[in-house]
Design a protein around this ligand. Structure first.
Ligand SMILES: C[S@@+](CC[C@H](N)C(=O)[O-])C[C@H]1O[C@@H](n2cnc3c(N)ncnc32)[C@H](O)[C@@H]1O
Length: 137
């Protein structure tokens, strides 16, 4: 796992900082809002799920553990991807959770590839020059 110097930590955005200090759920509403989302998503073992802006992989891992579904967990930040991979391994679901680098604004998957697409807070914190003005905040 990457260890960061104080100067590097000072330069992190708040979400990466939260990941570095071990926070695993980084969206408004916390785990309760994830539970509500998962109830509505009606995921089964055969669902193909995309979690875009997956952070450290908490929701993707929960879906894999709970339903045995294949989850593709995508994030733009290498630090998040590294932690998501490690967390999926620790939870013994790395055979179900595929962690990939990707940009929510330029996803390469076919339009009908996933049955369920989850994006918890990531559209609002999306980085990149193409980000629509309505997403800034
Ligand atoms: C607030 S965190 C939410 C993480 C996770 N979904 C959760 O709820 O715990 C936002 C995440 O979106 C990612 N992100 C930001 N811009 C992105 C982009 N353009 N494409 C993909 N992920 C992005 C960040 O790296 C970060 O992991």
């Amino acid at each position: 796992m990457t260890k960061l110097a104080a100067k590097e930590i000072a330069g992190l955005d708040p979400y990466k900082f939260m990941a570095v200090i071990g926070k695993r759920v980084i969206h408004p509403g916390g785990r309760a809002s994830t539970e509500s989302l998962l109830r509505r998503a009606a995921i089964t073992e055969s669902s193909r799920v995309l979690d875009i802006g997956c952070g450290v992989g908490t929701t993707a891992i929960e879906i894999a553990k709970r339903h045995g579904a294949q989850v593709t967990a995508v994030d733009i930040a290498p630090l998040m991807l590294e932690r998501a991979e490690a967390n999926a391994r620790d939870a013994d679901v790395d055979h179900l959770v595929k962690v990939e680098h990707g940009d929510i604004l330029a996803l390469q998957f076919p339009g009908d590839y996933f049955d369920v697409v989850i994006a918890e807070r990531s559209p609002c914190s999306s980085t990149g020059r193409k980000r629509p003005a309505s997403w800034r905040g």
